[in-house]
Design a protein around this ligand. Sequence first.
Ligand SMILES: O=c1ccn([C@@H]2O[C@H](COP(=O)(O)O)[C@@H](O)[C@H]2O)c(=O)[nH]1
Length: 254
Amino acid sequence: MKINLNDNANSRLASEPARTIDKQIIVALDMPTAIAALELCDRLPDVTFWKVGLELFIADGAAVLRELKARQKKIFLDLKLHDIPNTVGSACRVATKYGADFLTIHAAGGRAMMQAAQTEIAGSATQLLAISLLTSISASELNNDLQVALDVPEYVWQMISMAQASGLTGAVCSPHEVKDLRSRLRLEFGEEIGNNFCFVTPGVRPTGSDVGDQRRVMTPQAAIAAGANYLVIGRPITAAADPVAAWQAIINPV
Ligand SMILES: O=c1ccn([C@@H]2O[C@H](COP(=O)(O)O)[C@@H](O)[C@H]2O)c(=O)[nH]1
């Protein structure tokens, strides 16, 4: 059974065409070479959206991005930029040349940094996403190691509301936070912003699959029911003995 998101109580706009889960999964190409990444890409022709993160970008970024474009794939360029406003703004301006659909910056870089980034990508095809709190960070790590006094939902809200106020229209968070964040955005900034804000959620694990270093996780079906626009899934597919079977099992759950 392929999940039709328009059957979902969290479907956002009645005017949107029907979407199914396969179009909302972004597969993370966390690999050391372009050859390995493109081989997987070609084994999974039904995957329409791929994420290029730090490892692959540092190894072979330009080549991979060019090849994904040539295959007419959507691209999430997950660089998680975090530096002074001038540096991040300039990096974002240069990154637009890759024509990625999404590009990440850390919300913890602050308001001025996010504003500079948003100014520099304006008019390009790339949408900025703010990283709120990495899905590998647990509540106890946030409070005890990072010495942040807020709980996870409140910290994530602080990052998201600052990103929204800085002009960003999307963010990365765990699926656990999406439902409340959307409600709060609606309350504080209005229905339209709450409905249209784009939530991209890593920390997604099919039932029974290894959690690895992720700490705030949910199943794909639960993440969609919570109102995530896109799910990022890496190792449950890419490290599977049979990535094609793993992909099929996620999009056609029994
Ligand atoms: O908070 C975040 C932000 C980004 N990621 C990235 O998503 C994938 C998840 O891969 P899995 O193998 O499914 O764990 C990975 O590329 C991360 O860099 C994240 O996990 N959490």
